[in-house]
Design a binder for this molecule. Structure first.
Ligand SMILES: [Zn+2]
Length: 193
């Protein structure tokens, strides 16, 4: 296989695309003479996508459409692991508050720095409830415990309910399951504590 093809397949694999599908798509676009057109479209799209300064959601402005929307419930902050989780929760329309997507820093030895950002957000915005919506697998549970430990502020903290089968990722859930997991969330820290 040409080195160039292998390199292209490797970069698509980093996006989570299976190597056989990546190779097939590349060859198919090449055959249809659409490879460079597709890459240009992708490049243009990527050039304009950045992370929201407030919540790390994808946006083409400095703040995303959620942080910019003054009619949202700005006293509730829901923390997710991935932008795709935020998207699924938004599509379910069951949640009207604000979000925080854990950033690269949090997962790569910069937890302290990230937690300072989250704490600042909680204090500045006078957040009254934090909903931890990390995945319900082992990693998500560990992240949830780390968050509770680090937040260390007198604020109500709740965790999405375990109606979700263990090991499930939020972005794969249907709206009804998202609804029941958020509406029957469990309080793990109350303000009076
Ligand atoms: Zn935002």
């Amino acid at each position: 296989m040409m080195k160039e093809i292998n390199d292209a397949v490797d970069s698509l694999k980093k996006l989570g695309i299976h190597s056989s599908f990546a190779r097939k798509s590349l060859f198919s676009l090449l055959q249809q003479n659409k490879l460079s057109e597709t890459i240009n479209l992708l490049q243009n799209a990527i050039k304009n996508i950045k992370l929201c300064l407030m919540c790390n959601n994808a946006t083409n402005e400095s703040l995303c459409f959620i942080c910019n929307n003054s009619s949202r419930d700005n006293k509730t902050l829901l923390i997710v692991e991935h932008i795709s989780d935020l998207n699924s929760i938004e599509s379910s329309r069951v949640y009207q508050g604000l979000y925080y997507v854990l950033s690269h820093d949090f997962f790569h030895d910069n937890t302290e720095l990230e937690m300072q950002k989250i704490q600042k957000r909680i204090i500045d915005r006078q957040i009254e409830e934090i909903i931890i919506a990390t995945n319900t697998n082992l990693n998500g549970e560990i992240l949830s415990q780390i968050l509770v430990e680090y937040i260390n502020l007198k604020v109500k903290i709740s965790r999405i309910a375990h109606g979700i089968p263990f090991g499930q990722e939020i972005h794969n859930l249907d709206s009804a399951t998202i609804f029941s997991s958020i509406s029957s969330r469990k309080i793990i820290q109350n303000i009076s504590e």
